[in-house]
Design a protein around this ligand. Structure first.
Ligand code: DP6
Length: 386
């Protein structure tokens, strides 16, 4: 019996992935770039136990048995294929590639908040499976089969997912641009917006965009290649202003593509648009680009800024978006108190109380890791949730 427990991070794209050229292999129509967030604040945790005595593969999500989705099955199949290639001709071949797996997974942040839980979840699943079945080499192309964006959570720091050109997807992999230590002053604020609408999922939303949006075709062939080069340079040179401007423009273009989709896929709501307005007003008052926003397939905002500006930005956000309850409004890395300058009057505020649920303060972090503490396993000796 082998048991492995791993933690994996969430990643936030600054050059967005939107649109597949192959639905089965999850091959994108353009490259994308993301920042991996620290697992100290947000993470997925997965325990994989494999044993010759298990009768079938089982999946538990938050300790409840859950059905093995086709995407989880594809990841398992690919891991076993690589494990069996590995074992060919080896002495002591116990045939572990044939052992069944019990998998137990959870996130430490609400899935319902729409916070990129699938990227952390699949990256964690694949890392833990690879360790259990002793599979070495690139795991990003296996995580990609679970969810496209998950392939970027396999590395820390800033990461690029190369769209690749091969029909079999063998060159559609993620690589690290720079490690987390390259730009330690970057901070991230996740603004969790109050919203109860039912949304179009990203998988079906992007499928509909590929079928109907001409703007998406233009974006993939004429905009993203240039932006990718520019933002890579900005990241390497610690050029925050350029990084921030490209990040905002790319988010805006993603949501323009979503509106150009027919019928349109609407992800941002009124609060999201107020956040955009707030960021631009703040940058204008400061006379420089201090803050950047980016939005995925939901209304929550992810803001990028530098450590030295966190206290003022958070105090300003609190003024513009007053909480229903001060307690637990700001989560994650501690934010120093700051009394705002009287001159800092933002046109967008103050909004009605409670428009934001809470804010998570985090930073850029490392890729997945194994937890070598038996206490941390989510499964007991018999392979059932603890
Ligand atoms: C808007 O990775 O969730 O977050 O590959 O169909 O599982 P599938 O889609 P998913 O799409 C994420 C899209 C995005 C942008 C991004 O993360 O690049």
């Amino acid at each position: 019996m082998i048991v492995v427990t791993c933690l994996a991070p969430v990643n936030i794209a600054v050059i967005k992935y939107w649109g597949k050229r192959d639905e089965q292999l999850i091959l994108p129509i353009n490259d994308s770039i993301s920042a991996t967030l620290s697992t100290d604040q947000m993470n997925a945790k997965t325990t994989v136990m494999i044993s010759p005595n298990f009768e079938k593969d089982l999946l538990f999500f938050f300790r409840e048995e859950s059905c093995m989705s086709p995407r989880v099955q594809v990841c398992l199949k690919e891991i076993r294929k690589r494990a069996s290639e590995n074992l060919k001709g080896k002495k002591n071949n116990q045939g572990i590639d044939l052992w069944k797996a019990h998998i137990c997974s959870e996130n430490n942040f609400p899935t319902a908040a729409g916070l990129a839980s699938s990227s952390a979840g699949y990256a964690c699943l694949v890392t833990a499976l690879a360790k259990a079945y002793n599979v070495e080499g690139d795991c990003s192309s296996i995580a990609r089969l679970g969810s496209g964006s998950a392939c970027r959570s396999v590395f820390g720091g800033f990461v690029r997912w190369h769209k690749g050109n091969q029909g079999d997807g063998s060159d559609s992999i993620a690589t690290q641009i720079v490690p987390a230590s390259h730009w330690p002053s970057i901070r991230i604020l996740i603004l969790v917006v109050n919203d109860a609408r039912k949304k179009v999922g990203s998988t079906s939303g992007m499928q509909r965009s590929v079928e109907t949006s001409q703007l998406l075709q233009h974006r993939a062939s004429h905009v993203v290649p240039q932006r990718t080069e520019q933002i890579l340079k900005a990241i390497k040179n610690h050029d925050f202003e350029t990084f921030a401007e490209i990040t905002m423009k790319d988010s805006n273009q993603l949501h323009s593509v979503c509106l150009d989709t027919y019928p349109p896929a609407v992800y941002m709501n009124d609060v999201s648009h107020t956040i955009v307005e707030f960021v631009h007003s703040y940058n204008k008052i400061k006379g420089t680009t201090k803050l950047a926003y980016t939005f995925d397939a939901g209304p929550n905002a992810c803001l990028f800024l530098q450590e030295e500006d966190v206290a003022e930005v958070v105090a300003t956000i609190k003024q513009v978006f007053p909480p229903t309850n001060e307690n637990n409004y700001i989560r994650g890395i501690k934010v120093p108190e700051k009394i705002l300058d009287k001159d800092l009057v933002l046109p967008s505020g103050p909004q009605e109380v409670g428009r934001l649920r809470y804010i998570i303060h985090t930073k850029i972090g490392e890729g997945p890791s194994e937890i070598n503490d038996p206490e941390a396993h989510l499964l007991d000796q018999t392979g059932l949730p603890k």
